[in-house]
Design a protein around this ligand. Structure first.
Ligand SMILES: Cc1ncc(C[n+]2csc(CCOP(=O)(O)OP(=O)(O)O)c2C)c(N)n1
Length: 273
C-alpha cells in the first residue's frame, strides 16, 4: 500500500470505499450501509494517512491499532483492509456468506490482522484502553484508535471507560464518535439524546475536538492535535451524515440495516463517481 496525505488521493480512496460498501452489501442482500458510509472518511484518513502500520507486517509490534467498536459497520472496515492489501478485494462480495472471511461483524478468527472481534456494542473503548495502557507499560510508541457509534455510546460501559481513560491519563488513545445522529431505528435525539455531547466528554476529562467527519483535512488536523496532547485521552466528535454519498440513503433511518436491491445499488453507484 502507499500512504498519502494528499486530499484528492484520499478522496479517491474514500469514493472507492463507498463503491465497495454498496456492492458488497447488495451482494449479501443484508448488512448496514448507513453507518458504513458515514464513517468512510474517518477510516480512509486513519488507514491511509494517520496510522503507522504495514500490511506486509500485520504483526509489527509497534503498529498503531484500530478497533471498530461499532462492529456492524464492518463493510467500511473491510473496504479499507482490502484497499490496504490486508485482505483480498475480489472476495468482498462474499460478505456475510458462510465460510467467508468477511463475516457480518469483524471476526478475528477469519482476519488475523484485526485486533479483536467486535459487534457487541459498548466494549471497544474498554478494549482499546487496555491496549493503550499495555503500550505505555511497554514504552511502545503505538497508538490506539477506536471508532464508536453515537447510538453505541448510550451504553454505560463507554462512560466507565471514559472515566478510566482520563483518571489514568491514557494519552495514546483516540476515540472517534461517528456522530451521524441516527441509531438503529430512529434519530438519537428522539430515542436518548446525547447532548451536550462535547461537554460530557470534557466533563469526563477528555481532550475534546469536534470536526466535520467528512472533511479529510479537518480529520487530519484533529488527529495531529490528538497526537500532540499529553496527559489526557482525546475524543474526536465527528459530525457525519448517515448514508453519506448516496442521496436516497442520506439521513434516512431505514438505511441503518437494509441492503439495496440491485436497482438501488446501480442508482447509488451512478452517484459514486
Ligand atoms: C450490545 C448490543 N446491543 C444491541 C446491538 C444491536 N445494534 C446493532 S447496530 C445498533 C445501533 C447502533 O447505532 P449507532 O451506534 O448510532 O450506529 P451507526 O448509526 O453508526 O450505524 C444496535 C442497537 C448490538 N450490536 N450490540
Amino acid at each position: 500500500m502507499r500512504k498519502t496525505s494528499n486530499i484528492s488521493e484520499l478522496k479517491q480512496l474514500a469514493l472507492q470505499a463507498r463503491r465497495y460498501i454498496i456492492e458488497m452489501i447488495c451482494a449479501a442482500k443484508s448488512g448496514h450501509p448507513g453507518g458504513s458510509l458515514s464513517a468512510v472518511e474517518i477510516l480512509t484518513t486513519l488507514f491511509f494517512d494517520v496510522m503507522k502500520h504495514d500490511p506486509a507486517r500485520p504483526d509489527w509490534p509497534e503498529r498503531d491499532r484500530f478497533v471498530m467498536s461499532k462492529g456492524h459497520g464492518a463493510p467500511v472496515l473491510y473496504a479499507n483492509l482490502a484497499q490496504c492489501g490486508y485482505t483480498p478485494a475480489d472476495q468482498l462480495h462474499t460478505l456475510r456468506r458462510l465460510g467467508s472471511i468477511y463475516q457480518g461483524h469483524p471476526d478475528k478468527r477469519f482476519i488475523p490482522a484485526l485486533e479483536t472481534s467486535t459487534g457487541s456494542l459498548g466494549i471497544g473503548l474498554s478494549f482499546g484502553l487496555g491496549l493503550a495502557e499495555a503500550f505505555r507499560l511497554d514504552k511502545s510508541p503505538a497508538r490506539v484508535y477506536v471508532l464508536l457509534g453515537d447510538g453505541e455510546i448510550q451504553e454505560g460501559q463507554i462512560w466507565e471507560a471514559a472515566m478510566y481513560g482520563a483518571y489514568h491519563k491514557v494519552d495514546n488513545i483516540v476515540a472517534v464518535v461517528d456522530y451521524n445522529k441516527i441509531q438503529l431505528d430512529g434519530f438519537v435525539q428522539e430515542i436518548m439524546d446525547l447532548e451536550p455531547l462535547a461537554d460530557k466528554w470534557r466533563g469526563f476529562g477528555w481532550r475534546t475536538l469536534e470536526v466535520d467527519g467528512h472533511d479529510i483535512a479537518a480529520l487530519q488536523s484533529a488527529f495531529a492535535e490528538a497526537a500532540a496532547t499529553k496527559g489526557k485521552p482525546t475524543v474526536v466528535i465527528a459530525h457525519t451524515v448517515k448514508g453519506k454519498g448516496v442521496s436516497f440513503m442520506e439521513n434516512v433511518p431505514k438505511w441503518h440495516g437494509v441492503a439495496p436491491t440491485r436497482e438501488e445499488a446501480e442508482l447509488a453507484l451512478k452517484e459514486l463517481v
